[in-house]
Design a protein around this ligand. Structure first.
Ligand code: ZN
Length: 153
């Protein structure tokens, strides 16, 4: 289920966006202390930062067997990862999140998801559209993983 390859993030990148496809609705999933939520079928993009050891952080997020630490850990086992992008840190994870969400026409599925440490509504956004790939270049600016939220059938 893991992607075949992950290119190395460019040096000095400290932001990441992990895109995962949810093939079917998941009802009543507990997200740590946030509560219990349902997740509709579609694409989920999680944005985060790691000042040091970005590769290790991303690698951890991609694994499914681990102790639950971040909100993303609870959703991760249900997702099929379709893209990983990394970005320079200048923009900050909060602005990067808003920029990508707007560019993708996303919405916040769960308030507070991944944003316990800042004032953002969340650091996870949702794109229901199944047919269209996310416009080319939207998530570029990092290592350039294309993100195509089309389920493999
Ligand atoms: Zn934020």
């Amino acid at each position: 289920m893991e992607p075949a390859k992950h290119r190395l993030p460019a040096n000095r990148h400290s932001l990441y966006a992990i895109s995962g496809w949810l093939d079917e609705e998941v009802a009543e999933l507990a997200i740590g202390k946030l509560g219990i939520f349902s997740f509709r079928r579609g694409l989920y993009v999680y944005v985060g930062s790691a000042r040091r050891n970005l590769r290790a952080r991303i690698g951890r997020h991609l694994r499914t067997e681990k102790t639950m630490r971040w909100h993303f850990d609870y959703l991760r086992p249900h997702l099929r990862i379709v893209g990983v992008d990394t970005f320079p840190g200048d923009e900050g994870e909060c602005r990067l999140f808003r920029r990508l969400m707007e560019a993708c026409g996303g919405t916040v599925p769960v308030r507070g998801f991944g944003s316990s440490d800042c004032g953002c509504e969340a650091h996870l956004f949702y794109v229901p559209r199944a047919a269209d790939p996310i416009p080319a270049g939207v998530l570029a600016g990092g290592t350039g993983f294309p993100v195509y939220p089309i389920p493999q059938e």
